[in-house]
Design a protein around this ligand. Structure first.
Ligand SMILES: NC(=O)c1ccc[n+]([C@@H]2O[C@H](COP(=O)([O-])OP(=O)(O)OC[C@H]3O[C@@H](n4cnc5c(N)ncnc54)[C@H](OP(=O)(O)O)[C@@H]3O)[C@@H](O)[C@H]2O)c1
Length: 259
């Protein structure tokens, strides 16, 4: 067997279909690109059409199969509609990645019901509803991969964790509940845990060079995360290679969490 054939057996996503929420920006965009370049037919879901279209154009130019669906994951109807429209493109997904997220940062005492609801809707409820929509079908077909993008704030407080940290803690638990439900049917459910990644999500924090340098110094690698750091971990968790890895939280954080 050639090394290429061996690696393909472990990691190729040829013939797989994937749905990536938040696939038009930052970490989700890098993950969508990695899955598509590894062979999956990828549908990305987010709201803004220009960002969706430019992401898909880049993938098509690279010879990938990719499409986009514009949808708002902050309401239950929006999630249901986006899920159905996404599944129409290449069929029911084998791989579901929940990367769409919002980080509203009022301190705990000022969170209020509006921020709480908005945070839980996108960060926790949408992944739950999409899991309910696609998890049972994956289990029936005997293969599935559910990957949630959580946060170090699922594990500890960090810069006004507020409602955001709570939603991400819930998402870690959701992955375990889903893993418990469907792993015996070939559906693994895991989380990718970023530290501080230079994406549009935390543009405000990035505007202070001292903060950026301070955070880089807290990692072991010595730099902050880049969206592309998630490519290899995502392909691993989406592929046959990770069939015995489930209910796991994979920290892609340069050692921040253990430093
Ligand atoms: N960057 C970090 O340091 C960091 C650290 C820990 C965890 N994370 C997590 O990593 C994930 C990705 O974050 P990122 O840094 O890559 O952020 P990002 O670049 O801001 O991307 C967020 C994505 O979510 C989509 N989105 C947001 N609200 C949505 C809604 N209501 N409906 C549909 N799509 C929506 C955005 O598209 P539209 O705005 O067009 O809808 C965008 O595609 C998030 O879950 C975040 O919590 C990031």
């Amino acid at each position: 067997m050639t090394s290429h054939a061996y690696l393909a057996q472990l990691f190729s996503l040829d013939g797989r279909t994937a749905l990536v929420t938040g696939g038009s920006s930052g970490i989700g965009r890098a993950i969508a690109g990695a899955l598509a370049r590894a062979g999956a037919s990828v549908v990305i879901v987010a709201r803004r059409e220009a960002e969706l279209a430019s992401t898909v154009d880049e993938l098509l130019a690279d010879g990938c199969r990719a499409a986009w669906v514009s949808g708002d994951l902050s309401t239950r109807d929006g999630v249901r509609s986006a899920g159905e429209r996404a599944a129409e493109v290449y069929g029911e997904p084998d791989i579901l990645v929940n990367s769409a997220g919002v980080n509203l940062r009022p301190p705990m005492g000022e969170v209020g019901e509006e921020v709480w609801d908005a945070t839980m809707a996108v960060n926790l409820e949408a992944p739950f509803l999409l899991g309910e929509r696609f998890g049972p079908g994956m289990a029936e077909r005997g293969f599935g991969r559910i990957i949630h993008v959580t946060s170090q704030q699922a594990h500890r407080a960090f810069v006004q964790s507020g409602a955001y940290g709570v939603s991400k803690g819930g998402l870690e638990s959701l992955a375990r509940s889903q893993a418990e439900a469907w792993s015996s049917s070939g559906v693994t459910c895991n989380t990718l845990v970023p530290g501080f990644v230079l994406t549009p999500l935390n543009a405000r924090l990035q505007s202070d060079p001292e903060t950026v340098a301070g955070l880089a110094a807290r990692t072991m690698v010595g730099r902050n995360g880049l969206a592309d750091d998630f490519a290899g971990a995502a392909v691993f968790l989406a592929s046959a290679a990770s069939g015995y890895v489930t209910g796991h939280s994979l920290f892609v954080d340069g050692g921040l969490s253990v430093h």
